[in-house]
Each structure stands twice: as C-alpha cells, then as structure tokens.
Design a protein around this ligand. Sequence first.
Ligand code: TRP
Length: 453
Amino acid sequence: MTDKTQPIHSEWSSRFAFILAATGSAVGLGNIWKFPYITGENGGGAFVLVYLLCVAVLGIPIMIAEIMLGRRGRQSPINTMQTLAAEAGADSRWHYLGWLGMIAGFLILAYYSVIAGWAMAYIFKAFFGSFFSSDAADIKALFDNLMDSPIQQIFWHTVFMGLTLQVVVRGVKGGLEKAVRYFMPALFFLMLVLVGYAMSSGAYQQGLDFLFTPDFSKINANAVLTAMGHAFFTLSLGMGAIMIYGSYLPGHISIAKTTFFIAGADTIVALLAGIAIFPLVFANNLEVNSGPGLIFQTLPLAFGHMSGGWLFGVLFFVLLFIAALTSSISLIEPTVAWLVENKDMDRRKACLWSGTACWALGVGVVFSFNIWSTHTFFGKNLFELLDFLTANIMLPLGGLSIAIFAGWIMKTKHTEQELELPDEGFQTWLFLIKYIAPPAVFLVFLHVLGVFL
Ligand code: TRP
C-alpha cells in the first residue's frame, strides 16, 4: 500500500463511477452496430467463438494491465508510459506506445462520429414515421438515401462531434456518470424488447444457429484477425482510453473485479444485439453480409411491425446515440489530456484543435460512402482503411505492447502491489499476460502476413 502513487488530475468519486465510465466507453457502436455486421460478413458462429475466446484470454488480462498502468502512472498515456518506464529502469521509448494510442483514438473517432451521426439521423427518421412502411425494400431505400447524401451525413457528423467536444471540455466526470447510470440500463432493457420481437419473427432459431453454431470452414486468417481486433475495439483496449480512465481510479479499488464486470456487460450487450438482429435478417430474406448498414436495414423493420414500435424506435436510436457519445469521449480524451499536460493549452483550446482536425478527416469518411466510394487503396475505401488500420492493426499492437510492458518490464513487486489479487488469481493473470497474450497476438499477425500460409 505504501508506495502507491497519488493522482495529479482528479479521481472518480467511487468504484461505481469508474465502472460506469469504463462501461460507457466499452459499450457503444462496437457492440450494436459493428459486432453484428462483422459477424455477418465473417460467417457467424466460428467468428463469434474466436471473438469470445479473444475477450477471455486477451481482452480481460490486458484490460487489467491497462487499468493498472493508468492507475500507477496517473497521467495521460504518453506521460504515464514515460514515468513507468523510468520506474522500471526501462527504455524511455516505451512512451511511443502512448503516441500510437493517441493516434489510433483520433483515427477511430473520425469514422465513429460519422456512424454515430447515422444513428442521430435515424432518431428523426423514427420520430417522423419513416419506419411505418415495414417493407424491407423501403427500409433499404431509406438507408441508401442517407448514404447518397453527403450533406445529411456531414450535418449529423458535425452535430455529434460538437456534442462530444462539449462533454470533453467539461471534463470527463459530471455529466458522463449520470448519462451512463440511467441510459445504460435503459439500453439493456430495449435490447431485451428487441430480442423478444426476434423470438416472434419466425426465424429465431435460424438466427441463433447462425450465431452459435461454429463452422470453421467459414473463417480464415483475416477473420481471426478481425475477431481479435474487435475484442480490443469493443473493450476500448490498446490505445490508452481505459488507461486514462484508470488514472483517475482511487488506489484501494479491485481492478480485476471491475474488469470482469465491464467485460461481462460489454459481451452481453453485443450478443443481445446479434440475437435481436439475425432472426430479422433471415425472416426478411436480407443479406447477412450487407456491411455497415446492417442494423439500419433490419431494426427499423422490427419497429415498423411491433406494437409500440414508434416509441421503441425513437428510444432505441436515442440510446444508441448516447452509447456512442459515452464511447467517443474516451477516444479523444487521451489527445486532450496530452495537449493540456504538454502543450500548455486549456481544455477548451485542446478540444477545439483536436476536434477540428478529427472532424475534417470524418468528412473524408462521409465521402467514402458516396462520391469517393470507388477511390480505394488495397481494395478498401477510406472508411474501411481507417477501420482496418485501427481495429485490426493498431489496437492489437497497442495491446501486445501493454502485455509485454506489464508482464515483462514492470517489476512483479509493483504489479502485485497494484492488483492486490489473491495469489492464485495473480499467478493466472501473470501467466496470461506473459506467456499467452503476446505470442497469441504475434501469431495472428504472422498468420495474416502469410508466413504460415
Ligand atoms: N468500445 C467502443 C465501442 O465498442 C469504442 C471505443 C471507445 C474504443 N473507446 C475506445 C475502441 C478506445 C478502441 C479504443 O463502441
């Protein structure tokens, strides 16, 4: 207990506040928008199984490590890594890990904000009754219409980015704690309503089979990489977001228990989204691999049919928007904290600079869904490129570095002291973080590079 560090920024008011914020960061578009569509694109069950495995053996131990580094370092990720490297007598170049994360968060936010903008646009579409035509072709046309309109998308992207910065300027605590405390349970409830509807859709069993019956012939190295990348993405790992939240965590709180809760809640929301969506896909003869538009082309059908669908439709997209907002702030917080610590800016100025740059990149992402959709690089448009680079490359690399640092560079005495786990638990964590996580990430990378092919 004696040489635990004291924070230079503020602390969370309680363990519960930290859980709320970290869960708010984890649960977002990744669970409800991304998980279903990448599961659809990668053939279902086997992909889901690999993803769950990655959450268990990589995600949980690395989340424990990342929170721990944050709490010990007590600063923005870059400065935290510098401090901890010095403490361990290691190379100061470890702080580049902080840079990698900061850039990843920035790049993710550029497209995250665009997709969150779609969710906002759908709040109004739901409100004005656009889902009443419950014909699959009409609902698809509604989505295509949004895709073809750069103006609509840029408008909502701008509104969302503005709101994100507004929250970040005020500091991550106040409003955020409240938002997560009330809206997260509401979102959970609504997912259950949607699952209830899926049960009555006539293709419930088919949806479940798709999600939970693994057929390994359907996945390849790239699918494994996507599943692994998504485990990091959905848990907000590998770029310092959870590290910076951990830096505001009071010293006496159990990091491991907290992690189990966050990872559990996050996984349940993703699975519920899958269970709600795939039966609808099959019942309406839609394509499982329709890509990023999947939830926007399926869920409105449910809202169009079910009783109370108008209310639930509006509510769902409001909650999706709020879930996105509690995630987006954690994507930009490391950049803002760094600008404040190192460039002598106040929070407002730091938000303005980083937000404007991110917004501009987001406009490019909007164009990749229409006027630039044929401009590709290695067969990927700008959106796909940013997503691949961040989720599949940068986050796993960040996670790999965090595992190596926590397992091999930091003194075991220090990790033991921060985690305060019972001996067995600590040894399990240490084993996973030293001998399982680094080789696993490394092997997946090698495999994709074709070394084994
Ligand atoms: N986890 C969030 C989601 O699933 C996205 C997110 C927020 C994120 N912060 C992050 C992803 C940090 C990677 C790193 O929607």
